[in-house]
Design a protein around this ligand. Structure first.
Ligand SMILES: Cc1cc2nc3c(=O)[nH]c(=O)nc-3n(C[C@H](O)[C@H](O)[C@H](O)COP(=O)(O)OP(=O)(O)OC[C@H]3O[C@@H](n4cnc5c(N)ncnc54)[C@H](O)[C@@H]3O)c2cc1C
Length: 439
């Protein structure tokens, strides 16, 4: 029997695939509902994403959607999703997305444009530091302007993290591959996009939770919700899991898909130093604020995916997704629904009222809003997103150490934080587990 701990997207995919391989398994989840970070709320006709808003429709995601018969639920992002605004000198400027606007527009200085052109001439380089931050990587390739104005806000849009601390090799390994194999980062990016062709940015008509619910429905008899582990006894052939309810479960294999700090607690008896390293993986806190305003009171265009704020401007919020522009069913046609993110430690001591107040102040300033919000909702993730920082150098060599004993580690702290990466990695892990059973 395979025991999976955690019913976020990682655990749900793992279970779903094991079911397809007809391998007996059980998922235990401490919360009352599955999904982990993927949570959608429906409030007064508005669809609010508390976690991920979108998913890239890569081939393996399309296959999953077809298997789950969710084709009619898929919602493609509108044409606006391609446009991104960046805060620059106190106003939102559209990020150039084609060569014409890049080279003939005024977003970048002439010296940055020359650095971008020179990138195409670069030769493969394998003499790379293992510990280079994503900030330093981009400064080296394109200069400080790109690193501060574009990379920093995009990285905080993805990780809610610090581009000076995230290590390129762990957080964005494809960039390292591009430099090693091609030299030019832009050519490498184009090649990656061709090879991993995405058919667009999607969500579902009723939000991202649709995917979770479908994965839950097809295996609900294999999932125990509201279930926690009291103690774990690892054996050589079999492991005993003592549940808080007093029941015991024995399993030959255990796969942890829980956050790193939770997994650390359970595997402490296997290696205390490794467990300590896992515990030390930093999870950035994130506050998600939904705000609805009357459409005719928002003076700035919301014709984009959203707007991001470079850290150098020291704003309260990291940026905002223009949710009702990306998916037009997120609220009624008279409103604009915005999803704003606040990261770092700054919101933690504040009351929800203050968070709403500061968010409204910033939205009003940059989007020219001349009304109070019709609706607001605040959700706090105290430990939202794992940061792939320098301690991964000590962690990664050990993650497979207990697989012969039937103990496997997974989850978004290991192989990428995006939903599509979690789906891809856990499908592969299920295949590996299935072949280990057959051998
Ligand atoms: C605010 C936010 C916005 C995001 N936006 C995007 C986005 O737009 N696109 C994108 O691709 N990704 C996004 N992500 C990242 C993505 O959502 C996550 O990386 C992914 O959903 C993580 O899935 P997981 O199953 O690995 O972990 P989790 O979702 O953390 O699931 C772990 C599960 O384990 C359970 N658990 C914890 N402790 C125990 C225990 N002791 N016993 C049993 N169960 C336990 C938890 O309750 C949870 O259900 C976002 C994340 C956040 C927080």
């Amino acid at each position: 029997m395979f025991l999976i701990v955690g019913a976020g997207i990682s655990g749900l995919i793992l279970g779903y695939r094991l079911k397809k391989y007809r391998i007996p398994y059980l998922i235990i989840e401490k919360s009352e509902k599955p999904g982990g970070n993927i949570q959608t709320l429906s409030v007064e006709g508005r669809i609010l994403e508390l976690g991920p808003n979108t998913l890239l429709l890569r081939p393996h995601i399309l296959t999953l959607i077809q298997e789950l018969k969710l084709e009619n639920e898929v919602l493609f992002a509108s044409k606006y999703a391609k446009k991104r605004y960046i805060l620059k000198e106190n106003r939102y400027r559209a990020l150039p997305i084609n060569p014409f606007s890049l080279f003939f527009g005024s977003f970048f200085s002439p010296s940055t444009k020359i650095k971008i052109l020179k990138d195409f001439l670069k030769k493969p380089n394998s003499n790379l530091s293992d510990n280079e931050s994503i900030h330093d990587f981009f400064v080296r390739h394109f200069g400080l302007e790109v690193a501060e104005l574009v990379v920093n806000p995009f990285v905080s849009g993805i990780y809610a993290g610090n581009s000076q601390k995230l290590i390129t090799k762990y957080a964005f390994p494809t960039l390292i591959e591009a430099e090693k194999n091609i030299g030019s980062i832009i050519k490498g990016f184009i090649k990656y996009q061709k090879e991993h062709r995405s058919q667009g940015i999607i969500s579902f008509k009723n939000g991202m939770h649709t995917l979770v619910q479908a994965l839950y429905e097809v295996q609900r008899e294999n999932i125990l919700l509201n279930t926690t582990i009291e103690r774990l006894d690892f054996g050589t052939n079999e492991h005993t899991v003592h549940l808080a309810s007093g029941k015991n479960i024995t399993a030959k294999n255990i796969i942890f898909t829980t956050p790193a700090h939770t997994t650390a607690k359970y595997i402490q008896s296997l290696s205390e130093p490794f467990a300590q390293q896992l515990k030390d993986i930093y999870y950035s806190p994130v506050c998600v604020v939904h705000s609805a305003y009357p459409k005719n009171k928002v003076k700035h265009k919301t014709d984009g995916f959203g707007a991001l704020h470079p850290a150098k401007y020291d704003t309260f919020t990291l940026g905002t997704i223009f949710s009702s522009s990306v998916f037009d069913n997120r609220t009624n046609r008279e409103e604009v629904l915005l999803t704003t993110f606040i990261g770092g430690q700054k919101f933690l001591p504040l009351s929800q009222q203050k968070i709403k107040e500061y968010t409204h102040k910033e939205l009003s300033e940059y989007l020219g809003i001349e009304a109070e919000p019709l609706f607001t909702h605040v959700h706090i993730w105290e430990k939202a997103i794992p940061q792939y920082e320098s301690n991964y150098a000590y962690i990664l060599p050990y993650v497979h150490s207990w697989e012969e004993q039937g103990i496997y580690l997974s989850g978004n702290w290991l192989n990428g934080i995006s939903v599509e990466k979690c789906i891809g990695f856990n499908a592969e892990l299920a295949q590996k587990l299935a072949s280990s059973v057959r051998e």
